[in-house]
Design a protein around this ligand. Structure first.
Ligand SMILES: NC(=O)c1ccc[n+]([C@@H]2O[C@H](COP(=O)([O-])OP(=O)(O)OC[C@H]3O[C@@H](n4cnc5c(N)ncnc54)[C@H](OP(=O)(O)O)[C@@H]3O)[C@@H](O)[C@H]2O)c1
Length: 221
């Protein structure tokens, strides 16, 4: 069997490809821009754009096909905090509201580990796996982890939501900005739910945000 990994240039996809190749699986990598995908020698790349049905059928088609499927439902990604990298590199100060907003941020390699299990082992077909990181951490704690990982002094300067709205507009449309601001307000001083999927399936504890910060320290220097 050849396993098709879509979104080939993405954080999760790259980790899934590495994990699958380590198991000896045959892998084909799909991307909107296959010529820009970096893959090990011998791995085939193809073009697939989910917004272009001519290149790939939509998710409903997959559900109703005879193909076996497993859905992963990860919550907030640790990679979301890469949005702070330019500010940290430039000034060491992140301007954001709700320093005590919580998230159980999940490491992309944890998502990839579960994806590789689901793709290469029996017992996952037709199941949906929710995924979170191993602990709920506040934005301030994430900043502290990044400071420890980079050896730099990093400050979280609290700003109002209207000022932050302007920053968020760089990353998405108005609907996404509203969703993110509502989510942050709801998460303020409220620990995020942590699920046990990663430990249940792998036996390991899952990678902490502190570990993620160490793995990505170079992005913030
Ligand atoms: N951020 C969160 O908290 C969160 C939570 C739950 C789920 N998710 C979702 O998890 C997925 C993977 O995350 P990630 O960190 O790996 O994201 P990422 O690094 O931003 O990569 C996402 C990849 O999706 C592919 N893509 C985008 N539009 C596409 C299209 N129209 N057709 C086909 N492929 C397309 C792109 O691959 P190519 O450029 O190679 O085509 C892109 O590299 C994303 O879809 C994200 O929305 C995120």
């Amino acid at each position: 069997m050849t396993i098709l990994v879509t979104g080939g240039r993405g954080h999760v996809a790259r980790s899934v490809v590495d994990g699958l190749l380590a198991t000896g699986a045959r892998v084909r990598v799909a991307s909107r821009s296959p010529e820009r995908v970096v893959v090990p020698a011998g791995v085939e790349t193809v073009r697939a754009d989910l917004a272009d049905p001519r290149t790939l059928p939509a998710e409903e088609a997959l559900r109703h096909s005879r193909l076996a499927w497993t859905f992963l439902r990860p919550g907030a990604f640790a990679t979301n905090t890469l949005q702070w990298a330019p500010a940290i590199r430039a000034s060491g100060t992140v301007r954001a509201p709700y320093p005590q907003a919580h998230a159980a941020s999940v490491h992309e390699d944890d998502i990839a580990d579960v994806a590789v299990l689901a793709l290469t082992r029996d017992g996952h077909q037709g199941l949906t796996h929710p995924l979170t990181g191993p602990a709920s951490v506040t934005q301030q704690e994430q900043i502290d982890c990044l400071a420890a990982a980079t050896g730099r002094k990093i400050r979280l300067a609290e700003i109002g939501t209207e000022e932050y709205r302007a920053t968020l507009r760089q990353w998405g449309d108005e609907e996404m900005v509203d969703t993110l601001l509502t989510h942050l307000a709801e998460a303020d001083n409220r620990p995020a739910a942590v699920c046990s999927t990663y430990r249940d399936l792998t036996g390991g504890p899952g990678r902490s945000y502190a570990q993620w910060a160490l793995d990505h320290a170079a992005d913030f220097r």
